[in-house]
Design a protein. Structure first.
Ligand code: ADP
Ligand code: MG
Length: 681
């Protein structure tokens, strides 16, 4: 496929051109072809000079009749002024600080000139216009003037104009060889422009209408390829074998009846969905989503118990050692009546290593890193990932897929996946949702404070603690200064502790952050849980990595710096006990976006609505890369466009039904192979 060719092997490019394209990150023909302009300058109006008066921008075709320059005392040219004439009149063009143009402009030549028109002292002139010479002997089309001119994202000193010129030559060299890869029935049905034509209309559109047509194709294509990739992966996983796990209904009911609380309806429904799914002899791949405190762990625990009842093994993977330890304690506590071998695997608990390696356990809990070792899972049937956003799903699964028989997978996340993402990048998953909190949980009172209100806020904190409350104080950074770089706008844990100790001399104030030693962290957490710490200053480690139930107030510094879902997660850390939870958001230099975000947080009815807002306000790149390394690189299609996504989904399903391996669409298959989603890779 020509799109796969590496540009370094192309002989129509000079070495300099290759190097500059590489500098832009473009390695293959596909990369170059898909390096779309981010906008267009409309210079398509070509007018006689005498008609320019009412125009903001336009193109003229005229003779350059005069050039003058102005130089500064050092002798460098800082201004070039050219006079252009056609049959209808004269106009000046002025270029500032571009002395090199003096060499290029040729007095007496015929030019196409396009740019913005400026009016000064009753005279109009072009300011820094584009220009290109029109030679009588050749008929090359204009690319910088007289048309919709593509403007490319400039990086690393590479100018849009250079990219435009290079792109034009490049596309002319390869355009005959570009092949359509979308199935023809789809092209016909949707009435899409064929690939080569669409490429051309993206870079050098004949009209806005044509450009829109091209964009419609590429937007669809982007979602379509992505969905093909995701759904193909789903089919592939479903073709694997898994241990079918019978539902031990009586035993499970019995266990549930003995719990100190009643399960929510949502929990019961989720448990049922999961158990039903695991009865099949193909692996489950399911996401359990629910707010912090909605009781996901209990759902996982009950399903794990059902697996163990049938004599199979369970592995649970937590994002941090501390959380692994908390799960371990929890599992031991709730499952103490069953004489099960439950193991924890953390870096400082080597004593279980032998048992784990020999496969001598019912349930093993640990962090991901530890599962990379050689293990003997004799009958591993169920793998639970807690807080699934922390690492890519497929990456984690691949480890467990080494055996011929695959385990069932359950991921748990407190961040709701917006519906559009569930149909695209998370389309390989089935979903269970806990849309209900256990009884007795109250709404969390949320207040926003600006710098001038801080005194009032400190009073409220004092009151909270006097009434027996415990406080989290979250800062975006650990230190103000890091590797010699200063972050003056951001609050840091270490500085904040000092400050708070001055404000509240009587209070017990401690800090916690990810980089601290594990023993140290564990000590602080257990002290906090015992009620021995009044204020715990933390980074957002507490967002996902640590679960402490007895805080009543969470204060978030630089709230404008956190994503909406992050704020939501953080806020969910309080108010899980008897007392009503409170959340104070401190803003520093709120931007329009951040104000919108916080308003959304105050007004949101539920977490899904919030996640969708977050996606809309921040855009998919930002939304995703906060949780996943790498950039999913969605160039065009909006991952919020439900209509488009559904349309694409229909086509994807039609194709995969007929040809799940895409063997009759070899080019399409190649394109799907190029799709990169961190979630899947
Ligand atoms: P999540 O993992 O969804 O944040 P957890 O499973 O850790 O939530 O549950 C939070 C707390 O609520 C735990 O202490 C758990 O034992 C308790 N819990 C779970 N389900 C219920 C329920 N139905 N009613 C009351 N408390 C519950
Ligand atoms: Mg949890």
């Amino acid at each position: 496929m020509i799109l796969d060719w590496e540009i370094k092997k192309l002989n129509f490019l000079t070495l300099r051109e290759k190097n500059r394209l590489l500098k832009l990150g473009l390695k293959t023909i596909k990369d170059v072809v898909y390096y779309f302009p981010h906008r267009y300058e409309d210079f398509s109006k070509i007018l006689p000079i005498s008609h320019l008066f009412d125009e903001q921008k336009a193109t003229i075709q005229a003779w350059l009749t005069k050039i003058t320059t102005k130089t500064n005392p050092k002798g460098t040219i800082f201004l070039i002024e050219g006079t252009f004439e056609d049959q209808s009149g004269k106009i000046k063009a002025v270029w500032y600080n571009q002395p090199f143009l003096y060499q290029t402009l040729k007095k007496g030549s015929f030019y196409s000139v396009a740019g913005k028109l400026v009016q000064k002292n009753g005279e109009i002139f072009f300011s820094n216009p584009n220009f290109e010479i029109i030679l009588p002997q050749n008929s090359l089309p204009c690319i910088h003037t007289g048309r919709l001119v593509p403007i490319y994202p400039e990086t690393k000193g590479i100018k849009s104009k250079w990219i435009r010129k290079t792109m034009f030559n490049f596309l002319n060299q390869i355009k005959e060889k570009l092949e359509e890869f979308l199935p023809s029935f789809l092209l016909e049905k949707e009435n899409f422009l064929p690939f080569p034509e669409a490429v051309w209309q993206m870079h050098f559109p004949d009209s806005l209408l044509k450009n829109k047509e091209a964009r419609r194709r590429f937007e669809f294509e982007e979602i379509f390829l992505l969905q093909l990739k995701v759904f193909k992966a789903k089919i592939k996983l479903k073709q694997r074998k898994a241990f079918p796990i019978p539902i031990q209904l009586e035993k499970i009911k019995n266990f549930i009846n003995k719990l100190p609380f009643e399960l929510t309806k949502a929990q019961k429904k989720a448990i049922w969905e999961i158990l039903k799914d695991m009865e099949k002899n193909h692996p489950m791949n399911r996401l359990l989503q629910g707010d912090v405190g909605s009781g996901k762990t209990m759902v996982a625990l009950i399903c794990a118990l059902n697996v163990v009842f049938s004599g199979y093994q369970v592995a649970m993977i937590a994002p941090t050692e501390i959380l692994a330890k908390q799960h371990y304690e929890n599992f031991k506590k709730f499952l103490r009546d069953f004489n099960l071998k439950i193991l924890i695997l953390t870096s400082n608990q080597k004593e279980h290593l032998k048992d784990v390696t020999e496969g001598n356990f019912d349930i093993v809990i640990g962090t991901h890193a530890l599962f990379q070792n050689k293990f003997n899972f004799k009958k591993l049937a169920f793998v639970i990932f807690d807080e699934q956003h922390r690492f890519g799903v497929e990456q984690r699964q691949s480890f467990f897929l080494k055996n011929e028989i695959s385990p069932h997978f359950l991921s748990m996340s407190a961040t709701p996946i917006p519906r559009t993402l569930a149909l695209t990048i998370y389309g390989d998953l089935d979903f269970s949702t806990l849309n209900e909190m256990p009884k007795g949980r109250k709404k969390i009172q949320t207040l926003i404070f600006q710098q001038k209100d801080l005194k009032k806020m400190y009073k409220m904190i004092e009151e909270e603690i006097k009434n027996g409350g415990k406080v989290f104080f979250v800062c975006p950074r650990i230190e103000m200064k890091e590797k010699g770089k200063l972050f003056p706008d951001l609050r840091a844990v270490k500085e904040e502790v000092k400050k708070l100790k001055k404000i509240f001399p009587e209070m017990k104030i401690k800090m916690i952050y990810g980089k601290m030693k594990n023993e140290e962290k564990e000590k602080i957490i257990s002290d906090f849980e015992k009620g021995e710490i009044d204020i715990l200053v933390a980074t957002n480690v507490i967002e996902e990595g640590i679960d402490i139930a007895n805080a009543t107030l969470i204060v978030i510094q630089n709230a404008e710096r956190f994503g909406l879902s992050q704020l939501y997660q953080l806020r969910g850390r309080v108010g899980r006990g008897e007392k009503e939870g409170k959340c104070f958001l401190i803003t520093h230099l709120p931007t329009e976006k951040s104000v919108k975000r916080m308003e959304a947080l105050l007004n949101a009815k539920n977490a899904f609505e919030l996640a969708m807002k977050d996606l809309e306000i921040r855009g998919p790149g930002d939304f995703l890369s906060k949780r996943q390394t790498g950039n999913p690189n969605f160039k065009l299609a909006s991952l919020t466009n439900l209509e488009l996504i559904k349309k694409s989904e229909k086509s994807v399903k039609t194709i995969l039904k007929k040809d799940p391996s895409l063997s009759s669409f070899p080019l399409l298959k190649k394109m799907v192979g190029h799709v990169k989603i961190i979630h899947l890779e």
